[in-house]
Design a binder for this molecule. Structure first.
Ligand SMILES: O=C[C@H](O)[C@H](O)[C@H](O)COP(=O)(O)O
Length: 228
């Protein structure tokens, strides 16, 4: 396992230490969350009783494969904990998410969690967000108009494609526009401007959501609590 994968694994496994018997858990999407799901599966095999909601179809499949019982928001309206990765973490703990296209479900799940644990390797830390293109989920109808209006806000936006060249379609049957705004110095301002556009479903900006940021460089793990 390379150093970055080791860092992701260490951060993910530290997050799973927060999980207690009987909890309801939001399961993130991506290569870092993968390690959390695997570790949770081990603990479930040892007798831990949890119920979980996945943030993508891929995550639901991974959870089922390790026998984590899945529920839906018809069963609960609040989760004890959500664990998820991020594409960037800024100095003010705002996040960019959606590199895997799961941002809408991820934001819904994180917003329902009493504590949202962000798990990252050290390469994800930045001063201001923006090196990683900002994913914005848009409805397919009139996406060209939404694309135009988003670019009018001051970015270059590209509709995400799959490896085979076809448009990437989210689990919610929408498109993703990857937006290059340069350095994002005021994430709430940008988020609000994007959300005001008809056709924008959600942005990958996660602001004031993290309860803890758990970071590893593959040797050490640090836990920061932004809200304390
Ligand atoms: O849509 C994907 C998610 O926001 C991921 O949490 C994010 O892209 C980080 O993924 P990874 O852990 O693979 O770097």
């Amino acid at each position: 396992m390379d150093k970055i994968a080791q860092a992701k694994k260490m951060a993910a496994e530290r997050a799973v230490d927060f999980v207690e018997d009987g909890m309801t858990i939001g399961l993130g999407t991506g290569s870092t969350s993968y390690f959390a799901i695997q570790r949770l599966g081990e603990r479930v095999a040892e007798g831990l009783r949890i119920r979980a909601i996945g943030t993508s179809k891929r995550t639901e499949e991974l959870a089922q494969a390790v026998h984590i019982p899945l529920i839906t928001f018809s069963d609960v309206k609040e989760l004890d904990l959500a664990i998820d990765g991020a594409d960037e973490v800024a100095h003010d703990y705002s996040l960019t998410k959606g590199g895997g296209g799961a941002l809408l479900r991820e934001k819904l799940v994180a917003s329902a969690a009493r504590r949202f644990l962000v798990i990252v390797d050290h390469t994800k830390r930045v001063h201001h967000l923006g090196k990683f293109l900002l994913p914005v989920e848009v409805v397919p109808f009139a996406w060209e108009l939404t694309h135009y209006r988003i670019e009018q806000l001051g970015c270059r936006a590209t509709r995400r494609r799959q490896d085979n060249g076809e448009p990437f379609i989210t689990d919610n049957h929408n498109y993703i526009l990857d937006c290059d705004f340069g350095e994002i110095v005021d994430p709430p301002l940008l988020h609000n401007a994007l959300k005001a556009l008809p056709g924008v479903v959600e942005t990958g900006l996660f602001i004031d959501m993290a309860y803890a940021v758990i970071e590893s460089d593959g040797e050490h793990v640090t836990v920061e609590y932004p809200k304390s």
